[in-house]
Design a protein around this ligand. Structure first.
Ligand SMILES: [Cu+2]
Length: 109
């Protein structure tokens, strides 16, 4: 009986540990508290579904000085939020999109 209790306590600890771990994971790459300044709008080509839009969003968010990116599959528009007081290299944004197989039809601030 006693060993069963220990086993369930152990399982509970593992479970709690795992759920805490996944919470930490989902917060990775969070926009945190960086303020956004300018917004760059990009017209993205070759997206065929919502998951394409998500891939583009993830790629854009990794570019230097980008706080976050919003990509709409419906409008094919990507909005890139630049960190306040910083600049983002448009060539880097284009490269990030093309690297994963999509195209940039236009890009403007
Ligand atoms: Cu897709």
């Amino acid at each position: 009986m006693k060993s069963t209790l220990i086993k369930s306590l152990l399982l509970l600890t593992v479970f709690v540990g795992l759920s805490l771990g996944s919470v930490g994971c989902s917060e990775k790459g969070n926009a945190s508290n960086r303020e956004t300044g300018k917004v760059i709008k990009m017209d993205i080509g070759k997206m065929t579904c919502g998951s394409c839009a998500y891939s583009v969003k993830t790629a854009l968010a990794k570019v230097k000085n980008v706080v976050k990116a919003d990509v709409s599959f419906e409008t094919k528009i990507a909005k890139v939020f630049v960190e306040k007081g910083k600049t983002v290299d448009k060539k880097e944004l284009t490269k990030a999109v093309e690297k994963i197989g999509y195209t940039v039809k236009s890009i403007k601030e």
